[in-house]
Design a binder for this molecule. Structure first.
Ligand code: UD1
Length: 308
C-alpha cells in the first residue's frame, strides 16, 4: 500500500482519482479548499478507512508541506486549480496564485519531505491553436490564455525541481475530459456536461457553429487510471492524456439523443469566438511512458454518465 496526497480531491477529476487510488488499495490524504470542489463528490471516499479529507488551501505557504511532513508520501497528485479559461482571463492574479504559486508550494513540499513523485494536471491548453493534428508533445507550445500559460509554467517548475532534487514529475496534458460529477453550471463548462443537464431537463441543446467541430473526448475514469499509472512512473516527462480519437459535436448529440427519445432537436447559434475547430491528441507518449491507453469508449462513457 502506498500513501498519496491528492490536491483538489473534491473536484471532478480529483474525486475520481481518489476513488481509483482507494480501489487500488492505497491510502489517500485529500486536500480541498472547496472553492469549486464539492463534498458530495467524495461521498464514497469519506466512508473509506484509508481516506482522510483535509480542508486546506494549496497556494497557502507551507500548507502542503505540513501535510507531507506527517508521514512518508509516495506521490503528490496535484489537481487543485482554477479550471476555467474565461475566469483566468477575467482574473489573471487569481490564476497566478491558484495555478502557479500552488504548484511552487507542491514542488517545495516534495523537495523538503523527499516525496518520490509529483503528478500534475496539465492541459491541452498549453499548445494553443494547433497547426498539425494529432498533437504530439513535441508540438510547439503557444498558450493563448493565462490558464494555458500557467499550466505550461507549472510544468517547467515541476520538471526543473524534479531534475534538481531527484524526484519524478509527470505532467499529464488532459484533453476534453467528461463524465459524472463535472459541474455543468457555467456556459464554459464541458460541453457534454451541459448537454446532459439540458437533455435531462427535457430542454434542447445549443450547438455553437455547425456541429462539425471535433474534440478528443476522454472519460474521467480513464483519466483517473492514467493518474494512478503516473503515480508509479520511474521517469519524469510530459504526456497527452487523450484517446487519439476525434468525435464531432454532431456525433455527441446523436449519441446522447439516443438516450432521450422525444427530446427537442438541437438549436444552432453562432460559433463561439476563440473556439478552435478541431482538437486531437496523440496518445503514443502516454503509452510508452506510462503504459496508458484509454479504454472507455465514448458510447460506454456517455452511458455511464447517464447512469445507464
Ligand atoms: C477545452 C477546455 C479548455 C481548454 C481548451 C483547449 C473543457 C471544459 N475546456 O475547451 O479548458 O482551454 O479545451 O485545450 O475541457 N459548445 C456548444 N454548445 C454548448 C457548449 C459548448 O456547441 O452549450 C461547443 C463549443 O463551442 C466547442 C465545443 O462545444 O466548440 C467544446 O466546448 P468545451 O467543452 O467548452 O471545450 P473546448 O472549447 O474544447
Amino acid at each position: 500500500m502506498a500513501h498519496f496526497i491528492v490536491t483538489g480531491a473534491a473536484g471532478f477529476i480529483g474525486s475520481h482519482s481518489v476513488d481509483c487510488l482507494l480501489e487500488a488499495g492505497h491510502s489517500v490524504a485529500g486536500l480541498d479548499n472547496f472553492r469549486t470542489g464539492r463534498r458530495e463528490n467524495l461521498a464514497a471516499a469519506l466512508t473509506h478507512p484509508q481516506f482522510e479529507l483535509i480542508e486546506a488551501d494549496v497556494a497557502a505557504p507551507g500548507a502542503v508541506a505540513g501535510i507531507a511532513g506527517r508521514r512518508p508520501v509516495d506521490a503528490i497528485i496535484h489537481l487543485a486549480a482554477l479550471v476555467s479559461v474565461p475566469e483566468s482571463i477575467a482574473n489573471p492574479a487569481l490564476n497566478f496564485s491558484l495555478n502557479i504559486e500552488a504548484t511552487q508550494q507542491v514542488a517545495e513540499a516534495a523537495r523538503i519531505h523527499g516525496v518520490r513523485r509529483v503528478i500534475f494536471a496539465s492541459s491541452a491548453a498549453v499548445y494553443g491553436n494547433a497547426t498539425q493534428l494529432p498533437l504530439a508533445e513535441t508540438a510547439e507550445m503557444r498558450p493563448i490564455s493565462p490558464y494555458g500559460a500557467a499550466k505550461l509554467a507549472s510544468e517547467a517548475i515541476l520538471l526543473g525541481h524534479a531534475a534538481a532534487y531527484g524526484f519524478v514529475a509527470r505532467c499529464q496534458r488532459y484533453f476534453n475530459v467528461f463524465g459524472p460529477r463535472q459541474d455543468p453550471s457555467s456556459p464554459y463548462s464541458g460541453v457534454i456536461s451541459i448537454f446532459q443537464q439540458r437533455y435531462q431537463a427535457g430542454q434542447p441543446v445549443t450547438i455553437f457553429g455547425d456541429g462539425t467541430q471535433s474534440r478528443d473526448f476522454i472519460s474521467v475514469r480513464d483519466v483517473a487510471r492514467a493518474n494512478l499509472l503516473a503515480a508509479q512512473a520511474t521517469t519524469s516527462g510530459v504526456a497527452n492524456i487523450c484517446t487519439g480519437r476525434s468525435t464531432s459535436l454532431q456525433a455527441i448529440v446523436t449519441e446522447l439523443a439516443r438516450h432521450f427519445p422525444g427530446v427537442p432537436a438541437p438549436r444552432y447559434g453562432d460559433a463561439r469566438s476563440g473556439d478552435i475547430l478541431h482538437s486531437l491528441g496523440s496518445p503514443e507518449a502516454a503509452w510508452r511512458a506510462l503504459g496508458f491507453r484509454a479504454e472507455v469508449s465514448l458510447e460506454t462513457g456517455l452511458a455511464e454518465l447517464l447512469g445507464r
